[in-house]
Design a protein around this ligand. Sequence first.
Ligand code: ZN
Length: 134
Amino acid sequence: MAKNYAVMNLGTFQQDLAVKGRVMAGADLGLTGCEISFNHTPAGQFTPFVHTHKLNEEVYIVIAGKGAFMVDGEEFAIREGSVIRVAPAGERAIKAGPDGLTHICIQAQAGSLTQATRDDGVISESKASWMKEA
Ligand code: ZN
């Protein structure tokens, strides 16, 4: 029977991810409803094209560094803690600042989420070892 989970270890975002540049997690984790990429853009570098998507919205989560983001010609500064959602049709581009930029990008089909955690979660009877009384 297939396990109900998958684990991958990326190493440290600051060192290991900087070497790899980009790691797509979808295939390794067996994702079926979204794609997740982990990205490190070296200082001053940028993706050399503007792009849109056919079906997917994207959420960019900056986890280290600073940089610039552009959507539909509007440019703005981003930094650790910035979270940007871009609709499929949004023409987007990203650039790292002088210290580089590390971000997570999650893409999922726009409009596909029919319910979120509060309605979808179901509390189980099972206990994790740390929940059991001594
Ligand atoms: Zn994209």
